[in-house]
Design a protein around this ligand. Structure first.
Ligand SMILES: Cc1cc2nc3c(=O)[nH]c(=O)nc-3n(C[C@H](O)[C@H](O)[C@H](O)COP(=O)(O)OP(=O)(O)OC[C@H]3O[C@@H](n4cnc5c(N)ncnc54)[C@H](O)[C@@H]3O)c2cc1C
Length: 389
């Protein structure tokens, strides 16, 4: 496509920034509008499996990413009470040989900063903060977004990357309740010197037990141990990613678990402990309406049990950029993007939901993981830089 294309992106999360970079690389002028007053340090660890790393290769940021990420040799899955190793999951160089890159974990803020830095290096004014989108209108040639602060912006294409509670999705496809799934997550960052040495062998471990799971690995160059702990709950009222949590509350959830879990939970500084509700909406079969398209959690929110939330947003972004570069016009580009991504995202959403029973198991001793489930599903064998679009 010839590139007098100017694109508006709503949401500067992982998906919005990856899309901005992909579209800049396709020759577009991009403006990303973020509701927060600043691009923040919010979040905790995210996994980036080989398919996500290949996406970051395609976006030209893999070196900056690797400099901040931790690449485990293997992960182990352990029994919540006895600590018995239930599975040994190789994550090292074998993956590079087979798929072209490794498995990484990284603090969300670090990945976010890598993407934002690359977008700004292309165009210092591309990211606009303090702009919460409230509405959009479009005709045959333009799309215009209205913000709560009274400003408007106009472009040829709009990408809605405004997360699981996407307002743009409501405007485009009709309002739909965001549903609480019955799962709550806590994230915490523990200074590594507070973690007993034998609890770090290996550094990356997943512990599973009845109705609960905890996944923990080093981030921030090995200075912090990140954990994400999950539990089942019947109700939830608070909204947001940054709800402060109490150590005592988390202790109570994991009472009776192995000391390598309870010590970590007890040692998290309370100002580094947050909780959020895992929420869902239906995975839409259509992501495009006119000159607007959904991307990331706005299109296909998923449970984090396969560690694919950020990765799917990166894959979407790379395929969007490639579709725009390859197609003759915008509507063909969006059609190609949608056709390339809807089925893949649906598979990952469904499989992520199926994983809950496995990882919240009331009978962890029956856990079988001879071939890691994410790998056996073929998730890693998808190179967003080369799959057809
Ligand atoms: C603050 C925050 C912390 C997170 N922490 C974790 C974590 O610790 N672990 C984990 O697994 N996942 C976390 N996630 C979710 C994870 O980043 C996403 O599931 C995944 O990366 C997909 O990204 P996304 O870009 O589609 O959505 P998101 O990362 O949710 O990004 C959406 C962005 O859109 C912005 N936005 C929303 N509405 C509007 C609007 N109307 N106008 C303008 N901007 C808007 C939001 O502020 C946000 O920056 C977090 C998300 C956020 C926003």
């Amino acid at each position: 496509m010839s590139h007098d294309c100017d694109v508006l992106i709503v949401g500067a999360g992982i998906g919005g920034l990856a899309a901005a970079l992909a579209l800049q690389r396709a020759g577009c002028k991009v403006r990303v509008f973020e509701q927060s007053p600043e691009l923040g340090e919010v979040g905790a660890g995210l996994s980036v499996s080989p398919n996500g790393a290949l996406g970051l290769q395609a976006l030209g940021v893999i070196d900056a990413f690797r400099a901040k990420a931790y690449a485990p040799e293997y992960q182990c899955v352990r029994h919540f009470a006895t600590g018995r190793i239930l599975a040994h999951v190789p994550r090292g160089d074998r993956l590079t040989k087979e798929y072209g890159d490794r498995y990484y974990v990284i603090h969300r803020a670090d990945l976010h900063a890598v993407l934002a830095g690359a977008v700004r290096a292309n165009d210092a004014t591309a990211i606009v903060t303090d702009h919460r989108a409230s509405d959009l209108v479009q005709d045959d040639s333009r799309v215009s977004v209205r913000f709560e602060n009274g400003n408007t912006a106009e472009g040829k294409l709009l990408i809605a990357a405004d997360g699981v509670r996407s307002r743009m999705r409501n405007v485009l496809f009709g309002a739909e309740e965001v549903r609480f799934t019955g799962y709550v997550a806590w994230r915490g960052l523990v200074p590594i010197e507070r973690v007993p040495g034998d609890a770090l062998d290996p550094p990356s471990q997943v512990w599973i037990g009845p109705g609960h799971m905890i996944n923990r690995y080093p981030v921030a160059g090995g200075k912090l141990l990140n954990f994400v702990a999950f539990a089942e709950r019947s109700g939830w009222e608070e909204e947001g990613w940054n709800i402060p949590a109490k150590v005592s509350e988390l202790n109570a959830e994991f009472a009776g678990w192995h000391p390598h879990v309870t010590t970590i939970v007890e040692n998290v500084p309370e100002d580094k402990l947050f909780k959020w509700a895992l929420c869902a909406r239906s995975a839409l079969m259509r992501w495009v309406k006119g000159r607007a398209a959904l991307l990331g959690d706005a299109a296909h929110p998923l449970l984090p049990y396969l560690g694919q939330g950020a990765v799917m947003a990166i894959e979407d972004a790379v395929l969007l950029g490639r579709a725009v570069a390859a197609a003759e016009d915008m509507s063909r580009a969006l059609a190609r993007y949608e056709a390339a991504r809807v089925g893949r995202a649906r598979l990952v959403v469904e499989q992520s939901t199926l994983m809950v029973a496995r990882f919240h198991s009331s009978d962890p001793d029956s856990f079988r993981h001879d071939v890691p489930v994410d790998e056996s599903l073929g998730l890693f064998a998808y190179d967003p830089g080369t799959v057809p679009v």
